[in-house]
Ligand binder design. Structure first.
Ligand SMILES: [Zn+2]
Ligand SMILES: [Zn+2]
Length: 145
């Protein structure tokens, strides 16, 4: 039996369950993530899509898909972010604060070329996305003016 964890949205009406180990944890600095989240950087925990399921409040989930690449899901009762499904990758990003019992251990920064908040943590700073997911895979310096 794989380990499972649960977590909820801000108000608690929507409950998510994840199974097994995440595929990747990190930060995204792209304009879309910043504009959507209202924060200078956003954080993600990626899971294989089949390892994420909604166990309460699925009727309350609002969905928004601007580009076809990412279906962003939030709770319609409280507005809290839940997850973003990436159908072309078969991955689902569950917002780290939803899974409050899972230690957040980021390993990478994505879209650092769009960053407005430099983060000097020594982790790799990718210009856009990893080559394996269609990006350039190029690295950037973490310092900028
Ligand atoms: Zn809620
Ligand atoms: Zn992003």
């Amino acid at each position: 039996m794989a380990e499972t964890r649960t977590g909820t949205c801000f108000c608690g009406a929507v409950k998510i369950e994840v199974r097994g180990a995440p595929a990747e944890m990190g930060y995204c600095h792209c304009h879309s993530c910043r504009q959507y989240s209202g924060a200078p950087v956003s954080a993600f925990i990626l899971w294989k899509a089949e390892n994420v399921r909604v166990i309460r409040g699925s009727d309350l989930i609002g969905r928004f898909n601007k580009t076809g690449m990412s279906e962003r899901q939030s709770c319609r009762a409280c507005g809290g972010h839940l997850m973003t499904h990436h159908p072309l990758l078969g991955l689902t990003d569950v917002r780290p604060p939803v899974l409050s019992t899972l230690p957040f251990k980021p390993t990478v920064h994505l879209n650092y070329s769009e960053a407005v908040l430099p983060i000097r943590d020594g982790l790799p700073k990718l210009k856009d996305f990893p080559a394996a997911t269609g990006g350039s895979g190029a690295l950037m310096a973490e310092y900028f003016a």
